[in-house]
Design a binder for this molecule. Structure first.
Ligand SMILES: [Zn+2]
Length: 174
C-alpha cells in the first residue's frame, strides 16, 4: 500500500473529525506513540473512537467513570487489524500528550503528531500494526519536518506508561 496525504489527511483513511483539536502555530517535529484500549485490554470495539469524538457512554463500564469530562483526541488510531482512523488533520493540534515536555519544550501537543495503537502496556502489538505504523511514519517524514519519534512515557515521565515495554522500538523505521 502506498499512502499519501492531501489537505493534511491521509487519503483513504476513515476520517472522523474530533472536536478536540486546536490551531497549530508550531512546526511538527515530533511523533508521539501511545496505546489505548477501553476497557483496558479489550479490543475490537468503538470505545476509543467514541472517546475521541466525545461520544463515549460512560455507563457502559465502571472504569469509564474516570473518563468523565475528559476531552482528548489523537491524530490517528491504528487498530489491532491494521485498519486506522484519523480524527484531527495534521495541521491542527490533537489533544493526546497532556502535560508534557520534550527537550525542554513544554506542551508537546503543539509540535507533535499523536498516534494511538489499540493495545495495552501489558501485551504485544500486532504485526499489522507495525506494518501500517511504519508506512505512516514514512509518509509523515516525507510530508512534515519530523525529527524524533517518542513514546508518551518519555514526554510525560512518571505520569504515563504507554506504549509500554511490549512496544518494540527496534521494529520502527526511523
Ligand atoms: Zn498516551
Amino acid at each position: 500500500m502506498s499512502l499519501k496525504i492531501e489537505n493534511n489527511l491521509i487519503v483513504g483513511a476513515e476520517i472522523e473529525l474530533s472536536p478536540n483539536s486546536s490551531e497549530r502555530c508550531d512546526d511538527i517535529e515530533l511523533i508521539v506513540i501511545h496505546c489505548i484500549s477501553l476497557p483496558a485490554g479489550e479490543y475490537n470495539n468503538n470505545y476509543p473512537k467514541d472517546l475521541f469524538l466525545n461520544k463515549l457512554d460512560l455507563s457502559i463500564h465502571p472504569s469509564f467513570e474516570t473518563l468523565k469530562n475528559l476531552k482528548v483526541s489523537s491524530h490517528l488510531l491504528i487498530n489491532r487489524d491494521g485498519s486506522f482512523q484519523q480524527f484531527v488533520p495534521f495541521d491542527k493540534c490533537a489533544w493526546h500528550a497532556g502535560q508534557s515536555s520534550f527537550e525542554g519544550k513544554e506542551d508537546c501537543n503543539k509540535f507533535s503528531i499523536g498516534i494511538e495503537l489499540e493495545g495495552t502496556v501489558n501485551e504485544s502489538f500486532t504485526d499489522k500494526q507495525y506494518t501500517i505504523l511504519n508506512e505512516i511514519i514514512g509518509l509523515l517524514r516525507r510530508e512534515y519536518p519530523v525529527k524524533n519519534i517518542v513514546g508518551h512515557s518519555e514526554i510525560a515521565v512518571g505520569r504515563k506508561k504507554d506504549p509500554g515495554p511490549y512496544f518494540e522500538w527496534k521494529r520502527i523505521n526511523d
